[in-house]
Design a protein around this ligand. Structure first.
Ligand code: NIG
Ligand code: FE
Length: 393
């Protein structure tokens, strides 16, 4: 059993509230020790114990690895032209998803797998150490099943999103498609999935349909989460709370009633600033959520239509500049908030016994993630004690 001491850390974000050092539990002049992929000690560099190996971080700062609780990585092709058309005045609609469905159905397993791997590497380079990914571009039993099967080779947080939109061949037969999703498709996808999600929206699935689908997932031991109020206000938040969804995501259109409902629930509010950015939509105001005491997560929503980014630092910068997060709230939401949205307590914070998932920043503190937008500050990404990305400076 080899222990490694990382020392000379100018600022260490722990997210450990027990330290009574603010929201981020920030230690200055710190060190941490890793053993067997977990943190075995952390504290002041001066008091650090001996270890088998010693690594000086030379005054860099360290934060917990980002936890990206909302991504759609299983797809082929891209929709750059749709993006360009939007920047020329077109609106975003759920219908664009069907273009990616055609490309995904035509792709081989190898192509899809390579696409997931490429995006996962991009994520590691942006400091993400845990990510969720959804299916949702197959929309038939065969292609949804291979989507979740391939996704499961890359993450334990796989979400079955057969209810993304109604595929072309079911146009006008929504109820039949809902039956397929709740029956044969769910049965085939459940063994590879931990979560079930529905896009509850005009042009996708309404409250009643979403409820039937999520309940079918729950009956098959999947845990629910939901795309809620992205393009319009609806009853999706009500449904999220009713079914104890781990997270309600997007929330671009929120009523006061929705805020009350979330405040009295265990459902995390996940905001996805990349989607507002890429669809040129109005950003939701996170300060309303924080004022109500709601747990907020930040995620990339990486997908080829509405948010083709794997950069959590970009999302943090947007959240701070456009959504009224403080920098501390944005860092917390991209780490601990994401972990809570995935109902995981092994990641998202740096404390004894937690997974040694952390990011070394080429900056004196976490503040620089928002202060220096668009600049790559990720010097090293470590997952379970193993370095998986190092910038070549
Ligand atoms: O989260 N809203 C639904 N799903 C994705 C968009 C998918 C797409 O446009 O391909 C989202 O924004
Ligand atoms: Fe999404």
């Amino acid at each position: 059993m080899t222990s490694v001491l990382y020392t000379d850390i100018s600022s260490l974000v722990t997210n450990d509230q027990g330290l009574e050092l603010g929201l981020l539990g920030e230690l200055k002049d710190a060190a941490l020790v890793i053993e067997n992929g977990h943190i075995s000690w952390l504290g002041s560099a001066k008091e650090a114990p001996d270890a088998d190996q010693k690594v000086s971080l030379e005054g860099s700062s360290v934060i917990p690895g980002f936890v990206d609780s909302h991504a759609h990585l299983v797809f082929a092709g891209n929709r750059a032209e749709e993006f360009a058309a939007r920047m020329n005045g077109e609106n975003y609609t759920a219908g664009g998803i069907r273009n990616t469905v055609s490309a995904t159905r035509s792709a081989s397993d190898e192509e899809l797998d390579e696409n997931i791997a490429t995006l996962a590497i991009e994520m590691y380079r942006s400091g993400i150490t845990t990510f969720e990914t959804k299916s949702g571009y197959g929309l038939n039993v065969f292609d949804e099943t291979r989507s979740v099967r391939l996704a499961a080779q890359h993450t334990e947080d796989v979400t079955f999103l057969g209810a993304h939109v109604i595929p072309e061949e079911y146009a006008g037969r929504t109820d039949e498609y809902v039956q397929l999703v709740c029956g044969e498709m769910l049965e085939s996808c459940a063994p590879y999935s931990k979560w079930i999600d529905v896009f509850c929206e005009i042009g996708a699935f309404d409250y009643d349909q979403a409820k039937v689908i999520l309940q079918a997932g729950i009956a098959n031991d999947l845990q629910p989460r939901i795309h809620a109020n992205q393009l319009s206000a609806s009853r999706a938040v009500e449904l999220a709370v009713e079914l104890d969804c781990a997270s309600a995501d997007h929330l671009s259109h929120l009523t006061d009633k929705d805020i009350d409902l979330l405040a009295n629930s265990n459902t995390v509010a996940t905001l996805l600033p990349g989607a507002e950015f890429s669809t040129r939509s109005e950003y939701p105001d996170a300060s309303r959520l924080f004022a109500a005491g709601i747990t907020v997560a930040l995620a990339t929503d990486c997908n080829p239509g509405s948010s083709f980014t794997t950069s959590m630092p970009f999302c943090i910068a947007l959240a701070v500049r456009e959504m009224k997060f403080t920098v501390e709230q944005a860092i917390w939401s991209a780490t601990m908030g994401g972990a809570k949205a995935l109902r995981r307590d092994d990641v998202g914070q740096l404390a004894v016994g937690k997974s040694a998932d952390f990011v070394v920043l080429n900056a004196p503190s976490y503040l620089h993630l928002a202060y220096r937008p668009g600049v790559d500050l990720i010097s090293e990404t470590v997952i379970a004690g193993t370095s998986i990305h190092r910038s070549n400076k």
